[in-house]
Design a protein around this ligand. Structure first.
Ligand SMILES: Nc1ncnc2c1ncn2[C@@H]1O[C@H](COP(=O)(O)OP(=O)(O)OP(=O)(O)O)[C@@H](O)[C@H]1O
Length: 547
């Protein structure tokens, strides 16, 4: 519609002489301009909304993918950097995308339409204008490559900054207690300066290229205008046509500048896109799986013969890197039993639990859970049979209820209360009138270490998992609570407990104890048997005054 305005303007001239326009002409023009404004506003909103949808989809895909990466990826990557990709990079992508789409979509038609009209009005004048404009464009595209590199550096450094702040906030007490503030502040300041330098590099490129582009555009307009005037004086072009041509040129200059500016932003969005792609290209944990079975723990009961072990390791070797961690490991843990893994720090006890969860796969050997080779099972199905209380018993920010129901939403409030009572946590419900909805702060900071452990044990007990892995799950408990939890585990029926513990007092009543040293099983049996037959275990027990 905007493109019709210059044509309308020819009503102001008759044979090269200015004519006062009639009211209908003025009204028509006003209508044209208003309608064109309204359409452009609608179009702009529609584009922005499509842009928001696309960026939302990118964020959804990225965050979903982030939670499903293989565990090894989290070992190697920094959580702050991953967060920065979901936050900063998608915002960067969003900004550049918005500018590009709105500039291209709304401006493109105007520019192409103006070009077509101008070419019809005077091909020579149009040829000159297009040559000059193409030169400006090439300049902008060249600069986008430099901007992409600088922007990539800037976004990486921003990722480092987010991770450092993340690390510092998580360990703020340690930092304060060890007077580490100055050192950390220096690291953060250095990163902030690096971000600034990358930003300045981009600014330098843009502050050279953008004015150059504007000057070049103005020069192009002057040259075209001068050439047009010359063609009018030599009779090759009428005043009406020159007026139309110049108006079309001015109409197209603003969207053209927008397109050129958007071109300079492509570098930023490419850098952000590459960082997002880097994560999306990592195969998800499940991607390499060939699922041929599901675990059905009831099936063996229907058949005659013994039930398969809850967990079985057959000649398992494993390493995180080049150093072997587990060597030729064989375990057999019966369903419904309490089994303990003991041994010195670094022996590989937690690693065994993580292999049962299939966070990692062994280098060789087999692991069976409830009679099925876990590499042939669906991971979600496998994990639905296992509850895992990690060594540090991390609690999640949120309410008591959210922490209890993580992964299973179908427990009633009464069941939640009962399980809290069984682990001696009922007093938490009396702290405020919010009951189960009481917030426990970031990572459960409003709970004591022992309360966090009992909350994690409560979550495991509330789940329907038949196999419960407890990694040093009572290490922070006082003697009374430790006794309570130990007794509770022996009373729970139909579940298999695999307990890693340093304090032997908590596991001496276990049905079976495996003693590990340097990734090998060096003894197994009950406490009594091991005390008699395994000198290594006897030493461990004697050191803890256990006979
Ligand atoms: N994600 C990992 N990447 C690389 N090495 C690891 C990783 N996790 C553990 N290790 C190493 O593997 C070895 C066994 O660790 P693991 O945590 O299984 O020992 P542990 O017997 O549970 O020790 P602790 O009693 O101190 O918890 C250790 O040498 C440890 O440094």
């Amino acid at each position: 519609m905007t493109l019709l305005v210059p044509k309308y303007m020819t009503n102001f001239f008759q044979n090269g002489v200015f004519q006062v326009p009639q009211w209908p002409v003025i009204a028509g023009m006003l209508l044209l301009v208003t309608a064109s404004g309204a359409i452009s506003a609608l179009q702009n909103y529609q584009l922005q909304s499509t842009g928001e949808d696309i960026v939302r989809d990118a964020r959804l895909a990225l965050s979903k993918h982030l939670l499903r990466l293989p565990i090894r990826e989290y070992d190697q990557r920094d959580s702050g950097d991953l967060l920065s990709r979901v936050g900063n990079d998608t915002s960067q992508l969003r900004n550049a995308f918005m500018q590009c789409t709105s500039a291209l979509a709304s401006g493109f038609i105007t520019v192409i339409g103006s070009a077509a009209f101008m070419a019809m009005l005077d091909p020579i004048l149009f040829g000159t204008a297009i040559t000059l404009l193409l030169t400006v464009f090439t300049l902008m595209l060249l600069s986008a490559k430099f901007i992409e590199r600088a922007s990539y550096d800037s976004q990486y450094t921003l990722g480092d900054l987010t991770s450092t702040l993340n690390r510092d906030l998580a360990g703020i007490r340690t930092i304060r207690a060890s007077n580490g503030f100055e050192n950390e502040n220096k690291v953060i300041a250095a990163l902030i300066n690096r971000v600034r330098l990358s930003g300045l590099k981009i600014a330098k490129i843009q502050s050279i290229v953008n004015p150059l582009a504007t000057i070049a555009l103005q020069l192009a307009a002057i040259i075209v205008f001068g050439l047009g005037l010359w063609r009018v004086t030599t009779g090759l072009l009428s005043v009406e046509k020159l007026t139309q041509f110049i108006m079309l040129l001015f109409i197209s200059i603003s969207p053209l500048s927008q397109i050129i500016y958007a071109g300079s932003q492509i570098g930023n969005s490419m850098a952000a896109m590459n960082r997002i792609r880097e994560i999306l290209d990592i195969p998800e944990e499940k991607d390499s799986d060939t699922v041929v079975a599901t675990i059905n723990e009831h099936m063996p009961l229907a058949h005659s013969g013994p039930r398969p072990p809850a967990v079985e390791f057959q000649h398992v070797y494993f390493s995180y890197g080049s150093k072997p961690i587990l060597r030729d490991l064989n375990l057999s843990i019966s369903q419904g039993s309490v089994t303990a893994l003991v041994g010195p720090s670094g022996a590989g006890k937690s690693t065994i639990l993580q292999l049962i969860e299939r966070f990692y796969d062994p280098s060789s050997g087999n692991i069976n859970v409830l009679g099925k080779d876990i590499t042939t099972c669906d991971r979600d199905d496998l994990r639905s049979h296992i509850a895992y209380v990690e060594q540090d018993s991390p609690a999640l920010s949120g309410s008591i209820r959210e922490n209890l129901l993580l992964g299973s939403n179908d427990c009633s409030d009464d069941e939640c209360r009962r399980v809290l009572e069984s682990v001696n946590l009922s007093h938490l419900l009396d702290r405020s009138d919010k009951g189960l909805d009481m917030q426990i702060g970031e990572n459960g900071i409003m709970l004591s270490g022992g309360e966090r452990q009992r909350l994690a044990i409560a979550r495991a007990l509330l789940s329907t998992a038949k196999i419960i892995l407890l990694d040093e799950a009572t290490a922070n408990l006082d003697a009374d609570n430790e006794r309570l939890i130990t007794q509770l585990l022996t009373q729970v029926e139909g579940r298999t407990f695999i307990i890693v513990a340093h304090r032997l007092a908590t596991i001496i009543d276990s049905d079976l104890i495996y003693v590990l040293n340097q990734g090998r099983i060096i003894g197994s049996g009950t406490h009594k048997q091991l005390f008699k037959t395994a000198p290594f275990y006897r030493n461990l027990a004697t050191e803890q005054y256990i006979s």
